[in-house]
Design a protein around this ligand. Structure first.
Ligand code: MOS
Length: 682
């Protein structure tokens, strides 16, 4: 058996030696460079583009803008309809692309463009009380905006204990190590693109529609990807600009975004205001849970983060209401960032649960266990498996939780005040339709093809393990080729669904090949289209529990994190090495969001004032001390053939709340506004 083995990444050596090529490294013959020019106003129209000086400069091949760029067809995502009309919907919107033979020539020429604007007044000031806040038809991706069960207001009015608190989280930006890049080439009407993407097939589908092409006329390859965290989940404007540029100058064009350019062009997590109201008996058992989330979107595309979704599945309560509101502002379009919904939602819910435990004088681990539901609270569906209690118990045991004095601000250690906190985590266990093929080669080896993406997760390695077991051979006899849209439709590396979705198709293809006899030269194909929707009668989720210790210096406001421990019930573990990396990566990001990450909007300009890693702080090695992720047994045969639940996102869920709860325990100060910056600590 290969599944369950701690196998190192197959492409690890290529990556650390620089042999692995990323989209911006692909040496397509004769390519030119495209430099993206962004609007300097927050709202209005481009009235003129004077490109005379730019076009006269050496090496400059073209200046594309709304007046001369090739026309695009349709898009599900209007952020991709770039250079099509003079409207400027937010600061940083693409208004031109300068194409030149070198990157330096393109960038220098871009600085000489004279772009005139008709400026209109803009509104980039997010607040929950915004008069244009509205109830969207659905939330990301297609969830109901509101759910109501029972009489929430009535139950709150008569509850013995009530927690009513408002939590705010700022805009946060995905900062993958590799910024977005693409090189596009047209040949005989066929478009080939190397793109840094979480889903080559999704990008192919977007380009097919945008350029009004037949499906077989577009190929997208994303062989190696240096992270994404959601902002490479679908096509982003850079890939469209590369294809437009290549069409205009009739040679391949490479577009690489700088890190500052990401901040307006590729998505971010919306700022969110959440009001959570809990009503409970004095022993901590919930009678009402009310969760209202307000967020922002742009005027280009409605995106509503599914922030209160987590409250639909976590705790038993007689009455339950979850609601979402959104306001469209003159700001860049927010999109997915690791555990959209569950990350901010769990900060609010799991902080409020901690506040309830304190109000009731009940241990926060025991209070959560006392509120275990028998079926999914909002839907009433039975769980395929639910091992949250085991996560809480195992995490508490390993962390040394028992005997904890619940009183705050008691533990001094020199200049440090110490405290511990806990929070629970959940994330949906999803599978999406995918296809795969497997070929028995003449030399006895096997080649698997699946349009999976490995964004640093170890997906290529995990799929090789899965395929080897399905073919009943050692891993060394299997080559898995990924991330080429010519391999057929497949799900994205998103929503923690990648391994579950792709492995389902891979296993089906491998079993089919064996059933056919696996003669040399034969190929078996599988498409899981219908199978993945097989069990809509079950609530399917992964679970976890976080335990965090903090040390707070009350004089400087510094918060250090000596220990983080997460216990996770996430189905079968295909590869404990890469699985642990995913989980501690998520936990690190949870710490980062708790203490550091904050995109600050200057509402006068409609721009994020911090848009690079010097000014947008993310957790670095020095911020991490002891961090451990452990697994709790979680057998579940009702999910998919391998029994995986997905674990790319659950590590971040709840980690932030556990840390904030520990800061309360250390200091007696409740933090409902993130991040817990030094100036806010006491
Ligand atoms: Mo993840 S935010 O679903 O790529």
């Amino acid at each position: 058996m290969s599944v369950g083995e701690a196998v190192v990444r197959i492409e690890g050596r290529d990556k650390v030696t620089g042999a692995a090529r990323y989209a911006g490294d692909i040496p397509v013959a004769g390519f030119a460079y495209g430099w993206v020019v962004q609007s300097t106003i927050a709202r209005g129209r481009v009235s003129s583009v004077d490109d005379g000086e730019a076009l006269a400069r050496p090496g400059v091949l073209a200046v594309l803008h709304h007046g001369n760029a090739p026309r695009l067809g349709e898009a599900d995502d209007a952020t991709l309809l770039v250079l099509q009309d003079p409207r400027v919907p937010h600061l940083g919107w693409p208004v031109a692309l300068v194409v030149a033979t070198t990157a330096e020539e393109a960038r220098e020429a871009a600085a000489t463009l004279r772009i005139e604007y008709q400026v209109e007044s803009h509104d980039a000031a997010f607040r929950a009380e915004h008069p244009r806040m509205y109830v969207p038809d659905h939330i990301n991706p297609t969830y109901e905006t509101e759910t109501v069960k029972g009489d929430v207001d009535g139950a709150l009015a008569t509850a013995e204990v009530v927690v009513d608190a408002t939590y705010t989280t700022p805009a946060q930006h995905n900062n993958p190590m590799e910024p977005h890049a693409a090189v596009a080439e047209w040949h005989d009407g066929r478009l080939t693109v190397h793109d840094s993407s979480q889903g080559a097939y999704a990008v192919k589908q977007a380009l097919t529609r945008l350029f009004s092409l037949q499906p077989d006329a577009v190929r997208v390859v994303s062989e190696h990807v240096g992270g994404g965290f959601g902002n490479k989940g679908t096509a982003r404007p850079h890939v469209v600009l590369a294809a437009l540029g290549a069409a205009a100058v009739d040679r391949p064009v490479r577009v690489v975004l700088t890190r500052p350019q990401l901040y307006a062009l590729t998505g971010y997590r919306t700022p969110i205001v959440q009001r959570v109201r809990l009503g409970a008996h004095r022993d901590g058992r919930l009678v009402a849970l009310d969760h209202l989330a307000s967020s922002q979107t742009s005027k280009v595309l409605e995106f509503t983060e599914q922030t209160a979704l987590i409250s639909r599945s976590m705790y038993a309560s007689g009455a339950l209401r979850t609601r979402h509101r959104v306001v469209a502002l003159d700001v860049p379009t927010p999109r997915w960032m690791r555990a959209p919904g569950e990350s901010p939602g769990s900060f609010a819910l799991e902080s409020a649960i901690d506040e309830l435990a304190i109000a009731c004088g009940v241990d926060p681990v025991e209070l959560r266990i006392a509120n275990e539901p028998e079926s999914e609270p909002a839907s009433g569906l039975p769980f395929s498996s639910r091992n949250l209690v085991a996560c809480l118990r195992e995490g508490a045991r390993r962390f040394g939780w028992s005997g904890r004095d619940p009183r705050p601000a008691l533990r001094r250690d020199g200049r440090w005040w110490r405290g511990t906190g806990v929070a629970a985590a959940t994330y949906p266990a999803r599978s999406n339709p995918s296809s795969a093929s497997v070929t028995a080669e003449d030399d006895g080896r096997f080649t698997v093809r699946v349009t999976a993406a490995d964004i640093g997760t170890g997906a290529r390695t995990a799929l090789t393990q899965v395929a080897a077991d399905a073919l009943q051979v050692p891993m060394s006899e299997v080559t898995v080729l990924i991330a080429d849209s010519d391999f057929g439709p497949a799900s994205v590396a998103g929503g923690s669904s990648g391994t579950a979705s792709w492995s389902w198709a891979v296993v089906a293809a491998c079993r089919d090949l064996l059933a056919q006899g696996a003669a040399a030269g034969t190929t078996a194909q599988a498409n899981t289209g219908k199978a993945v929707a097989a069990r809509p009668d079950l609530a399917r989720h992964a679970y976890g529990a976080h335990f965090v210790e903090v040390a707070v210096d009350p004089h400087t406001g510094e918060v250090r994190v000596p220990r983080m421990l997460g216990a996770f019930a996430v189905g079968r573990i295909v590869n404990p090495l890469t699985a642990r990396s995913q989980l501690i990566g998520g936990m690190t990001m949870g710490l980062s969001i708790a203490l550091l990450e904050e995109s600050t909007m200057d509402t006068r300009f409609g721009d994020f004032v911090n848009h690079d890693l010097a000014n947008y702080h993310v957790a670095a090695n020095a911020d991490i001390q002891s961090i451990e992720a452990v697994f709790v047994d979680d057998p579940d045969d009702q999910l998919n053939p391998v029994g995986v639940k997905g674990l790319g996102e659950i590590g971040i869920v709840g980690a932030t709340a556990a840390l904030a709860n520990a800061v309360w325990h250390a200091t007696g100060v409740r933090h409902r506004d993130l991040p817990i910056r030094p100036d806010r600590v006491l």
